[in-house]
Design a binder for this molecule. Structure first.
Ligand SMILES: Cc1cc2nc3c(=O)[nH]c(=O)nc-3n(C[C@H](O)[C@H](O)[C@H](O)COP(=O)(O)OP(=O)(O)OC[C@H]3O[C@@H](n4cnc5c(N)ncnc54)[C@H](O)[C@@H]3O)c2cc1C
Length: 254
């Protein structure tokens, strides 16, 4: 990993240091390897803000601090089972010990372990930016990378299993290979949400009523993981099956 590793004396100082040339450093698993594509002159260790390493229940939601590791989240009984399923998509036990929930979200990867399930569940992201603290929907965070580039994720707030039903599916050659498709669908009352991560294509959260139209416009590539046609077919079949399993009627998932 190239660049200087620095520790700020306060969250304010960490935010002041953050610019185009610098980036936050959490578990470091998304940074310190060849071809990670992440470059910075200065890596700022995520500051120790209160609650950033804690999991707690608050107003019926589960608040997971950004520096909570995958292993810590998997071991905590408060974390909903649909999120644990997504955390287990990271097959390496060593990586689970080091990788953080905040680092995974901030990476916005097209093979993201957690973002599809978070999109499908309607999760909220707590941020600390130069303008102050804010809480936004995960879809806004995903859609506006430039706007939130210098913001520090402090926590993610997720709904309990009792509030949402989520189905997820990850397609990869092996548990440790990069996924070429990760799909989640969530149902909350009569509302459905979709979260998709398509390798080489990006992150999507199409509306359930017209996901096929939005999906046709998405840039999906032929690559070593499969043809565009294959990925589109697999996405369609998987979403239709999920919709049916969640009790959907009337063929909206098409
Ligand atoms: C072999 C290998 C395979 C991998 N496969 C996958 C995969 O299939 N899917 C996947 O999703 N990931 C994969 N990763 C990447 C990585 O392990 C995970 O994304 C991990 O969750 C990143 O968390 P971290 O704490 O290590 O983040 P870091 O590596 O510390 O940071 C990652 C990025 O997030 C930013 N960041 C970190 N914390 C914050 C914060 N609190 N606020 C704002 N920005 C922040 C950093 O600046 C950096 O840009 C892989 C990594 C390796 C080495």
């Amino acid at each position: 990993m190239e660049g200087e590793l620095i520790r700020a004396s306060s969250p304010e100082e960490a935010l002041a240091m953050k610019n185009n040339e610098s980036a936050f450093f959490a578990g470091g698993t998304g940074i310190g390897y060849k071809d990670s594509g992440l470059k910075a002159n200065r890596w700022i260790l995520v500051p120790e803000i209160s609650g950033i390493r804690e999991i707690k229940t608050e107003d019926g939601l589960i608040r997971i601090g950004a520096m909570v590791s995958f292993t810590q989240a998997l071991e905590d009984s408060a974390v909903p089972s649909y999120l644990k399923e997504a955390l287990r998509f990271c097959g390496s036990l060593q990586k689970r010990n080091q990788a953080t929930v905040g680092g995974n979200i901030a990476s916005r990867r097209c093979d993201s372990y957690l973002i599809p399930a978070l999109l499908a569940s309607g999760a909220r992201i707590c941020l600390l930016a130069k303008e102050g603290t804010q809480t936004i929907g995960i879809e806004q965070y995903v859609d506006e990378p430039d706007r939130y580039r210098d913001a520090l994720i402090t926590a993610v707030c997720v709904k309990p299993d009792s509030a949402v039903s989520i189905l997820s599916k990850r397609y990869a050659n092996t548990v440790e290979s990069h996924a070429y498709l990760t799909l989640s669908m969530g149902r909350e009352g009569d509302d459905y949400r979709i979260g998709l991560a398509i390798k080489g294509g990006g992150l999507f959260h199409p509306d359930i009523m017209n996901w096929g139209i939005a999906w046709k416009k998405a840039d999906v590539q032929d690559d070593m993981f499969g043809s565009e046609e294959y990925k589109r077919y697999l996405t369609q079949v998987t979403l239709e099956t999920m919709y049916e399993k969640l009790g959907g009627e009337g063929g909206s998932a098409s």
